[in-house]
Design a protein around this ligand. Sequence first.
Ligand code: PEP
Ligand code: MN
Length: 267
Amino acid sequence: LASNEWKKDKTIVNVDGIEIGGRNIVVAAGPCAIEDEDIAIEIAKAVKKAGAKMFRGGAYKPRTSPYTFQGLGENGLKILRKVYEVVGLPIVTEVMDTRDVEKVASFAHMLQIGARNSQNFPLLREVGKAKKPVLLKRGMSMTTEEWLLAAEYILLESNGDVVLCERGIRTFEKNTRFTLDLAGLAYVKTVTHLPLAVDPSHPAGRRDLVEPLALAAIAAGADMLIVEVHIAPEKALSDSEQQLTISMFEELMKKLKMVAEALGRSI
Ligand code: PEP
Ligand code: MN
């Protein structure tokens, strides 16, 4: 169902009026995790002003260690709703558990499946049933074939609104957190009608590497970027090393606009 032999025309995923997969490149930005209402609203206002069209932020966080901040859960979802009411950016947020799908879907405009859950097949089926657009991250040890098959689980539930998101894979390289597989992205683009997103933050692992990865991603054909931004990254409760400051994000948006224009697209 994800194949462009099955469906010839490119899919455009509509998230609360924002079209992903068309001429416009959609940037979603926001903190790694929702930590506090005032902080979330301040970040959302700033990224909107800089040109972001969606707000990201995790309420349920898939942390490697159970001893670190796990996210605010339902209270985080309530903050996300407030952000939408006050700032107006549609919300993309992660759902980790089949039992939470309905609840998260009632607060979010797009459901994110994280890298660590990208082959959680019951969860994929459940988000397929939720009838909300889905951002499907590629697992860190997934082949492009396995990634596309994960998308099939969602599409099979008659939910055609899937955006595939490359976020870096595990390789032998240790100086970056993950290896952003732009070759994989370019390949997948030749075989699917689904829109493609790139998360430049998690492969970078450090904020100074986010910009080159983001610029390369749109040059390679990404339809969407999802970027971690915080008003005080050094104080963030998760991924503090890789979250961009507001001024770094503003600078990035300027450069992204130039690359997009050169490609006949817009941001
Ligand atoms: C995230 O985007 O918040 C996240 C946890 O990313 P990933 O699942 O790609 O690690
Ligand atoms: Mn993160």
